[in-house]
Design a protein around this ligand. Structure first.
Ligand SMILES: *Cc1c(COP(=O)(O)O)cnc(C)c1O
Length: 437
C-alpha cells in the first residue's frame, strides 16, 4: 500500500474510495491481495458490462496472443480489424437499419469525443457546440469544454470556449420541455447563442447523476436539430453497449444521430478502445487529419467481435437486461419508499440506475458502508449525491439481489443514524433546503 502514497500522484480518485490492493477478478467479483471478495457494482464505470475476464471472450484473446496476432498496427488493415468491422456491420448496424462509417480514434472516450467535435466543426464551418447541464464528455480540453462539472473544468487552467450549455431534460422540472428553449434560441438571432455545428448529448447522463432523458425529449431534440440543420452527436460511451437495455441507448427513441461516440464497454474485456460512428456523407476527413498512435487496439478488436457474436447475435441478451432492469427499478423504488423519508428518488433506465440521496455526504456514507460489507459501488452527480448501480449486465440474478440487499441495509443503517442527529445539524438544513427549492 505504501508505495501508492509515496509515488503515485494525488490525482487518484476511485482508489481513495476503495483502499485495498486488487489482484484478481472474475465476472461480477473482484478480489484483493488478502483474498477478500467484493461484488462489483462499479464495473469500471461502465467498462465491464460483460463482467471481468468473461470466459466467452478470453479463449479468443489468448489464442490470438498465442498465435502472434498483431498487437499494434497503427491504423493499418489487420485481419482482426476486418473481422470486427464485419461483426459490427452485420450484427449491430444493419439489423438496426443504421448506416455509419467507423473512425478508430485514440483508445479513450475523450479522444472519440474530440474527433466528433472536430469533424462537426470542420464539416459545418461553425464553431459553437451545444452541450447540456450535468453532461460529462471527458477531460481533454475540447471535451472538457462540453463537460458541465466545475471540479473537472476548473483543472483546465485555460479558457474552455466554443460551447453553449443548455438545460438537459428535466433540469427545469418535469413540466418544461427544454428542447423548446433550444428551438427558441436557435430561431432568435439575438439570443446570444450562435448557430452550433452540433448538439452533443448523453441519453442517460452517467457522471452527471444518472439523469435519463425521456424518449420524447430525444425525439424532439432530433427534430430541433433537423429544423436548424445542426448535427446530432450522441455520446454513447457509458450508456451504450446494452447498459440501458438495447445496444445503443437511443434505440427506444427511434432517432438517428449523425455521429455516435463509443468506448468503455465496446471492447467487451475492459481493453482501451474507442470509435466514432459517422454518417457517411459527413466523413470528410483528410487522410491522417486526426491521428494517434493507438488508433484501434487489435487485442480489443478480438474481444469486441467476440462480445458482439456472443451477446448481440439475437435479442435474448437485451431482454435479459430489460428484465434485470425492471427488477432493479422495483427494488430501488421500494428502498426509497421505505427509508428515503420523502427525500430520496430513483432515476435511470435499464441497468443504468441510481438513488438520489440529495446529500453527497449521505451517499458517501452509504457507499462506504457497502464497501465494508463487500460491495463496490460509487456515487455520481454534481455533489456525489447519487448512488450509482452499474453492475455487469451479465451478473447472476442471485448476486444482483445480494448487492442490492447490501445497499438496502447500508441505507437503513445510515438513515436510522441520521434520525439521531439533532435538527440544527447543518446536514439536515441542506437536505431540507434542497427539498424545498
Ligand atoms: C467516461 C466517459 C467519457 C470519457 O471517456 P474516457 O475514456 O474517460 O476519456 C466520455 N463521455 C461519457 C459519456 C463517459 O461516460
Amino acid at each position: 500500500m505504501e508505495i501508492f502514497e509515496k509515488i503515485e500522484s494525488e490525482v487518484q480518485s476511485y482508489a481513495r474510495s476503495f483502499p485495498c490492493v486488487f489482484n484478481r477478478a472474475k465476472n461480477e467479483f473482484l478480489y484483493d491481495d488478502a483474498g477478500n471478495e467484493y461484488l462489483d457494482f462499479l464495473a469500471g464505470a461502465g467498462t465491464l458490462n460483460y463482467g471481468h475476464n468473461n470466459d466467452a471472450f478470453k479463449p479468443a484473446l489468448l489464442h490470438y496472443i498465442e498465435s502472434d496476432g498483431i498487437s499494434h498496427g497503427l491504423d493499418m488493415h489487420t485481419k482482426a480489424k476486418e473481422e470486427f468491422l464485419h461483426a459490427l456491420n452485420d450484427k449491430i448496424l444493419k439489423p438496426r437499419d443504421l448506416n455509419y462509417v467507423v473512425q478508430f480514434t485514440g483508445p479513450t472516450g475523450t479522444n472519440a469525443v474530440e474527433a466528433a467535435l472536430k469533424l462537426a466543426r470542420n464539416v459545418t464551418g461553425r464553431e459553437n457546440i451545444i452541450s447540456f447541464t450535468n453532461g460529462f464528455h471527458g477531460v481533454s480540453l475540447g471535451s472538457l469544454a462540453t463537460t458541465g462539472n466545475s471540479h473537472h473544468r476548473g483543472a483546465a487552467g485555460t479558457s474552455l470556449g466554443g460551447v453553449s450549455r443548455l438545460p438537459f431534460d428535466g433540469y427545469l422540472g418535469d413540466e418544461v420541455d427544454t428542447t423548446e428553449y433550444l428551438d427558441k434560441v436557435l430561431c432568435d438571432t439575438s439570443s446570444g447563442i450562435d448557430l452550433p455545428a452540433a448538439v452533443l448529448v448523453e441519453t442517460v447522463q452517467g457522471e452527471g447523476g444518472i439523469n435519463a432523458a425521456s424518449f420524447e425529449w430525444l425525439k424532439n431534440l432530433e427534430k430541433v436539430c433537423r429544423k436548424h440543420d445542426v448535427l446530432l452527436i450522441v455520446d454513447d460511451i457509458q450508456a451504450g453497449c446494452g447498459r440501458t437495455g438495447s445496444f445503443f441507448s437511443f434505440e427506444g427513441a427511434d432517432i438517428k444521430p449523425d455521429m455516435i461516440t463509443m468506448s468503455k464497454s465496446l471492447s467487451g474485456y475492459g481493453l482501451p478502445f474507442a470509435v466514432v460512428m459517422i454518417r457517411p456523407d459527413l466523413d470528410q476527413w483528410k487522410p491522417g487529419e486526426h491521428n494517434g498512435t493507438f488508433r484501434g487496439n487489435n487485442l480489443a478488436f478480438i474481444t469486441a467481435k467476440a462480445a458482439i457474436d456472443t451477446f448481440w447475435s439475437d435479442n435474448q441478451f437485451a431482454q435479459e437486461i430489460q428484465a434485470k432492469g425492471e427488477y432493479i427499478s422495483k427494488r430501488l423504488e421500494a428502498i426509497v419508499e421505505q427509508y428515503g423519508e420523502g427525500n430520496f428518488t430513483t432515476r435511470g433506465r435499464g441497468m443504468f440506475q441510481g438513488i438520489n440521496c440529495v446529500s453527497g455526504e449521505l451517499a458517501a456514507q452509504i457507499t462506504q458502508k457497502c464497501f465494508k460489507n463487500g460491495l463496490i459501488i460509487e456515487t455520481s452527480g454534481a455533489d456525489g449525491q447519487v448512488v450509482k448501480f452499474l453492475c455487469p449486465l451479465t451478473i447472476k440474478q442471485e448476486n444482483l439481489e445480494k448487492g442490492i440487499d447490501i445497499v438496502e441495509s447500508a441505507i437503513k443503517e445510515v438513515c436510522a443514524k441520521e434520525d439521531e442527529i439533532p435538527e440544527d445539524n447543518c446536514y439536515f438544513d441542506t437536505v431540507y433546503l434542497q427539498e424545498a427549492s
